[in-house]
Design a protein around this ligand. Structure first.
Ligand SMILES: Cc1cc2nc3c(=O)[nH]c(=O)nc-3n(C[C@H](O)[C@H](O)[C@H](O)COP(=O)(O)OP(=O)(O)OC[C@H]3O[C@@H](n4cnc5c(N)ncnc54)[C@H](O)[C@@H]3O)c2cc1C
Length: 168
């Protein structure tokens, strides 16, 4: 990353957050990956996160709406959850503004929230699962796509999540 390295270590589930955040634990792990001297290494920030996959049962209740991580969680390795959350906010924000200006009924915001939930279930989660599996078969598939211009374009649109965002 700009000005620093981000290192992600997989910690055994039975270890507490306190243990994995201690220099005792990560200090022993780092030499497994880096050959250089690490004694002087001072972390800027350390955090623990878990990997999950969940979608809220409903994205709205009365006048309360969910977007972002409150609405859906996916594996961080997919690299899509924040982007999808921004799409949620973009889409719902426009509807809520219209409701506030009396240009649309509240039901328009409900319909939008339900559409965003379908995006999470039908696109975000399966696509994340597919990219997390990765491996040789996926590389072969991408190589084959490169030979087909229309398929390459469709793949890039999908990878950029353009098909998951509402058109302005
Ligand atoms: C290691 C890692 C790598 C990731 N990489 C990617 C990536 O490459 N691409 C991608 O798209 N996504 C990625 N993500 C996911 C992304 O970080 C999240 O999807 C995104 O930050 C969620 O944003 P959010 O605003 O919905 O929720 P959050 O960032 O969780 O924000 C919620 C905020 O609400 C605050 N809050 C909670 N409760 C209350 C309360 N009661 N009152 C007031 N405030 C409260 C919290 O403190 C927090 O600041 C990654 C996540 C991790 C952990």
């Amino acid at each position: 990353m700009s000005g620093c390295w981000r290192i992600i270590l997989r910690a055994p589930a039975e270890l507490s957050d306190e243990v994995v955040l201690s220099r005792d634990w990560w200090g022993k792990m780092l030499p497994l990956f880096f050959a250089s001297r690490l004694e002087a290494l001072e972390p800027i920030e350390a955090d623990v996160f878990s990997v999950g996959k969940r979608v809220a049962g409903a994205y709205h209740n009365g006048r309360v709406f969910l977007v972002g991580d409150a609405a859906h969680i996916t594996n961080t390795r997919g690299g899509m959850n924040m982007n999808c959350g921004i799409h949620d906010a973009w889409a719902l924000g426009a509807r809520l503004a219209a409701v506030w200006r009396n240009e649309a009924p509240l039901e328009a915001a409900y319909a939008c929230a339900e559409a965003r939930r379908r995006v999470a279930l039908e696109q975000l989660i399966p696509r994340t699962d597919r990219s997390v599996v990765g491996g040789g078969a996926w590389l072969e598939q991408v190589r084959a796509l490169a030979a087909d211009q229309a398929a390459s374009r469709a793949y890039l649109i999908e990878t950029s999540m353009l098909d998951m965002a509402e058109r302005p």
